[in-house]
Design a protein around this ligand. Structure first.
Ligand code: RP5
Length: 152
């Protein structure tokens, strides 16, 4: 099996509706991926271990999905200089606006590339990860071109 290039981390098993569309897009682009459920608040050590060891394990990009007070992408970004893409989950009283603002309003120095709330964001996170990989990987760039041609 190929070494995962994209790591997907979810703040809760209750976020897993967003995992499938993200994984499906990565599969379509032939990008190997791995995933983990770990909360920035409930399992901070596990999150730190995942992010801190990500580069050594061969990951190139991390996608972090979370809802409510969504600290997860920021905490992941605090533990790695790999690109981190945040996907706000549509959950709770504010339907993902809280998570969106948590992710997009990262303080200077620790960036998180934040995509749209929900399933569209989950797919775009996969496509953005592919675009980042495609800078150096011509095969992934070609797969992304094909995806766009088929989509439009
Ligand atoms: C966040 O809190 C998770 O990302 C999830 O979206 C939300 C609720 O989590 P559960 O209480 O369903 O585990 O950390």
């Amino acid at each position: 099996m190929s070494v995962a290039k994209v790591g997907i981390i979810l703040g809760s098993a209750s976020d897993s509706d967003l995992l499938e569309p993200c994984q499906a897009a990565l599969d379509r682009l032939n990008i190997p991926h791995e995933n983990l459920v770990a909360s920035a608040h409930r399992n901070p050590e596990r999150v730190a271990e995942f992010a801190g060891g990500a580069r050594e394990r061969g990951l190139k990009v991390i996608i972090a999905m979370a809802g409510l007070s969504a600290a997860l992408p920021g905490v992941v970004a605090a533990h790695t200089t790999l690109p981190v893409i945040g996907v706000p989950v549509q959950a709770g009283a504010l339907a993902g606006v809280d998570a969106l603002l948590s992710m997009v309003q990262m303080p200077r120095g620790i960036p998180v590339a934040t995509v749209a709330i929900g399933k569209g964001g989950a797919v775009n996170a996969a496509l953005l990860a592919a675009a980042i990989l495609g800078v150096e990987d011509a095969e992934v760039a070609a797969q992304l071109d094909t995806y766009r041609e088929e989509w439009s």
